[in-house]
Each structure stands twice: as structure tokens, then as C-alpha cells.
Design a protein around this ligand. Structure first.
Ligand code: EPU
Length: 416
């Protein structure tokens, strides 16, 4: 079993370069299957989720080549096959293949998508979108079959601005007949990235980045070259680390607008942070308590809630964390309390009584961002922390050990 061993309380200085966005890559890679030819994606992070997608592409007879951050995908021999649970259960984003294969072949069969166990995570909005295009959805105990004679554009009003359902609705809409309007669409930057890439491939999408997306279906799509945007959650995680331990730590290759909800909050709390056009510099400072409430983009992202909760353990006074997106995103808290924090949970509210001196001990990453929260805690704690189940962390953070070691952290992966 691989574990992360961290000796905490080291000042961090130098520069951390942010990688391509996981949640963009996991949508853009399946989206290339909608067209013909060779696509070149650059800035693809080297993380476990991408390895699973690469295996899924190969399973569908798609040619893939990866080299230092780029991925060449040739879709000319794509075959429609039922994606087995070994692949689909590894990540939530596997259901983007469902939309793509439906759009291309009018028939798809797949086991239910997996992903971090952070709440119920139903897929009813995706299925509602498929039905709106005229597809029939058959739900079996462990798989879903979706089929259609014809896919026809429609008005799709989502009950909530779900990222996954918006992406799936777009993936089908670009090849559906006629016009589609997605109302109450999600506005996350990863959706904008997807639409820009699809338009390069020949799609006709407008309104992305707002909550109404309009699509005029086209007969077929080609291929393109595309640079994936930088990962705002990785950027946010390292910014939080910098707010605790930075000594003019540079967080490079970011889109400041994408993490504004975080940087605005840190500035309010008294953080020493300078935001520039595509990087920021941050140093540790005494921070005031605050309250956060997770929301859809551009609100405070749920994916940064857990690492931010660790930061709150170091602030003077009572801070409140309200988690509005998922039912089960406090699994890091028992471990933070084991390390010495004083956090109480009541349903979807966590009250953090700070500051607390954290002490290294053995903890477990229960999901990706819970792992990130414990990593932040281990860096700020006295002594040695051992983090188990680190495959969750490696799903989303490229070269985490190298990046942190380069700026002065004492961190290593060990086989035990
Ligand atoms: N929801 C439904 N029905 C649906 C879809 C969503 O009730 O059909 C609910 C969910 O249960 C949740 C909320 O709507 O309460 C938002 O879910 P959304 O569909 O927006 O999330 P997602 O597409 O499953 C993506 C990211 C998550 C991130 C969320 C929110 C990917 C692969 N995953 O998930 O990322 O938390 O958007 O921003 O893009 C992570 O990276 O750690 C992660 C979990």
C-alpha cells in the first residue's frame, strides 16, 4: 500500500506551476469522439483519472498517444461497445461516454458511473436531457441503456445547474437535429472550455459561460488542437497552502478570475496575496475567522471547501462552513479532529473553533478533496503525518510530491 509521509511546518517558497484542469480534461477527452480525425489536446494532466479514460478510449478502439502533457486521439476506428463497470465505476466522468456514444450511434449501454462517494450524486438530469432529445432510457439494476431513432433539439430546463448534466446535454445537442436551448445551465469554466473546443471541431454553440446555452445541431464534426485550461481547484488548493505556509510562494499558470471567490475571501481574512494576470504570490499571515457557503460557479466551489476547512482550523475564533452541494463532504473532519482541530458537524454545517495546533498522526483520504484537506493539515501540523488511501489524491493532483518538494515541503510517497 502506498502512503504519503509528510513532516509538517516547513515554510514554502519558490514557484508551483498549475497543471491542466482535471474536470475539463475528463469532459474534453470523451468529447473528441464526436468528430472524425486526429485531435491534439495539450496541457492534459498526468493523473490516474486520465489513465482510466485512456484505457476506455483504447477499449472503444480509439488510437491514443500520450507524451509530456499532450494527448493525440484518433477517432476514425471508434466502435460502440458497452463500457464495463471496471472502467465506468472508476470515475464519475465516465458518463460523458454515454452522451457521446448516444449522439454518434443512437444506442449506448453502460454500467452506472462511479466517482468520489461524497453524496447521492443522482444522474436524473442527464437522463431527463437524453429523453428531451427523444431517446428512450432503460434503467436496469446495474446498467443503463439509452437508444433513439432520431435525436432532435429541444428546450431542456435543468432543475439545478448540474455540471455533468449540462455537459451531457451539450454533447448530444451538437449532433442533434435543429436547435437546443439548455436553461439553468452550469457556468463552470470547464463547460466554457468544452464549448470552445467543440466549436473548433465545427459545432455551433453560443451562450456558454451564461445560464442559457444555445446549440444549432450540425451533421458532423471534425477534429482540432486545443490547450486545456489550468486547474482552478489545484490552484486553489496550493493557494490555501500558501496562505498558511507561504513565504512569497508563487502559484503560476492560473486564471485569477476562476478562483476569485477564494482569493476575495482570503483578502477579507487578512491574507498577504498579490494577484497578477496569470499568477499570484502569497505569504503566510495571521488570518481572521470567516464563514463560507458552497455554491455553483462563480460561488465558492465545493471542491475547495474541504481544504479551506483545514485553513479555518488555524484562524482565531468560530468559523462556519455551509456545504450546499453534497450531503457527505465532511468525511475529512473526524481525521482533522484526530490531528487536534475542534470542529463540530451538524447536518451540512461545520463549526470550526480555531485556532488549533495540529499534530501529525495516521489519517485516511476517503475521497479526493478530503485527501487534499488532510494534505494541507499534514503540511501545517507538527511532526509526521501518514496519509493512507492516497490513490484518491493522485486521481486529481499531478506530481503533487515533486511540486511540494520543490518549494520546500518534506513529503514523500512510501510503499508500506
Ligand atoms: N445532481 C442531481 N441530479 C443530477 C445531477 C446532479 O441531483 O442529475 C445534484 C448532485 O447530487 C449535486 C449537485 O446536483 O448535489 C451538483 O452536481 P453536478 O452534477 O454539478 O456535479 P458533477 O458533474 O457530478 C462536477 C465535478 C465535481 C464537482 C461538481 C460541482 C467532474 C468530473 N466532477 O461533478 O468534482 O464537485 O461538478 O462543482 O467534473 C472533484 O473534482 O473532486 C469533484 C467531485
Amino acid at each position: 500500500m502506498k502512503v504519503l509521509k509528510v513532516v509538517g511546518n516547513q515554510k514554502l517558497s519558490g514557484s508551483i506551476r498549475i497543471s491542466g484542469a482535471k474536470n475539463s480534461s475528463v469532459a474534453l477527452i470523451p468529447a473528441t469522439l464526436l468528430g472524425k480525425g486526429t485531435n491534439t489536446l495539450c496541457n492534459v494532466p498526468n493523473i490516474l483519472d486520465i489513465d482510466v479514460l485512456e484505457n476506455t478510449l483504447k477499449y472503444l478502439n480509439v488510437a491514443v498517444k500520450r507524451a509530456s502533457g499532450s494527448m493525440l486521439i484518433n477517432t476514425n476506428n471508434l466502435e460502440n461497445k458497452a463500457i464495463p463497470p471496471e472502467l465506468s465505476s472508476r470515475l464519475r466522468a465516465s458518463y460523458y461516454f454515454m452522451a457521446v456514444l448516444l449522439a454518434k450511434f443512437k444506442y449506448v449501454e453502460m454500467a452506472f458511473p462511479g466517482g468520489c462517494e461524497i453524496g447521492k450524486r443522482p444522474i436524473d438530469q442527464t437522463l431527463k436531457a437524453f429523453r428531451a432529445y427523444g431517446a428512450e432510457v432503460i434503467e436496469r439494476e446495474n446498467k443503463i441503456i439509452v437508444k433513439a431513432n432520431e435525436l432532435i433539439g429541444n428546450i431542456i430546463k435543468l432543475d439545478m445547474p448540474s455540471v455533468g448534466a449540462t455537459i451531457n446535454a451539450i454533447l448530444v445537442g451538437v449532433l442533434a437535429k435543429g436547435k437546443t436551448v439548455i436553461e439553468n445551465a452550469a457556468r463552470e469554466p470547464e463547460i466554457t472550455d468544452l464549448c470552445i473546443m467543440l466549436n473548433k471541431m465545427g459545432a455551433n454553440i453560443e451562450g456558454y459561460g451564461t445560464n442559457t446555452i444555445e446549440i444549432l445541431g450540425v451533421e458532423e464534426l471534425g477534429s482540432c488542437n486545443h490547450d486545456i485550461i489550468s486547474d482552478r481547484i489545484e490552484a486553489g488548493t496550493y493557494t490555501i497552502i500558501g496562505a498558511l505556509l507561504g513565504d512569497r510562494l508563487k502559484i503560476d499558470n492560473i486564471v485569477p478570475e476562476h478562483i476569485k471567490s477564494l482569493t476575495d475571501k482570503l483578502i477579507d481574512m487578512g491574507s498577504k496575496i498579490e494577484v497578477h494576470s496569470d499568477y499570484l504570490i502569497i505569504s503566510a499571515a495571521k488570518l481572521n475567522k470567516t464563514n463560507i457557503e458552497t455554491d455553483y460557479y462563480p460561488g465558492f466551489p465545493t471542491d475547495l471547501q474541504q481544504p479551506f476547512t483545514t485553513l479555518l482550523t488555524q484562524c482565531q475564533g468560530k468559523s462556519k462552513v455551509l456545504e450546499n452541494i453534497y450531503e457527505n463532504r465532511f468525511m475529512n473532519i473526524p481525521y482533522l479532529n484526530k490531528m487536534g482541530s475542534n470542529i463540530e458537524i451538524n447536518k451540512n454545517v461545520a463549526i470550526v473553533n480555531g485556532p488549533s495546533k495540529l499534530k501529525g498522526c495516521e489519517v485516511t483520504a476517503t475521497d479526493l478533496r478530503a485527501g487534499a484537506s488532510l494534505l494541507v493539515a499534514s503540511l501545517v501540523a507538527d511532526g509526521k503525518t501518514v496519509i493512507k488511501d492516497i490513490h484518491h489524491i493522485l486521481r486529481g493532483y499531478e506530481e503533487i510530491v515533486e511540486k511540494l518538494t520543490n518549494v520546500g515541503a518534506k513529503i514523500e510517497i512510501k510503499e508500506i
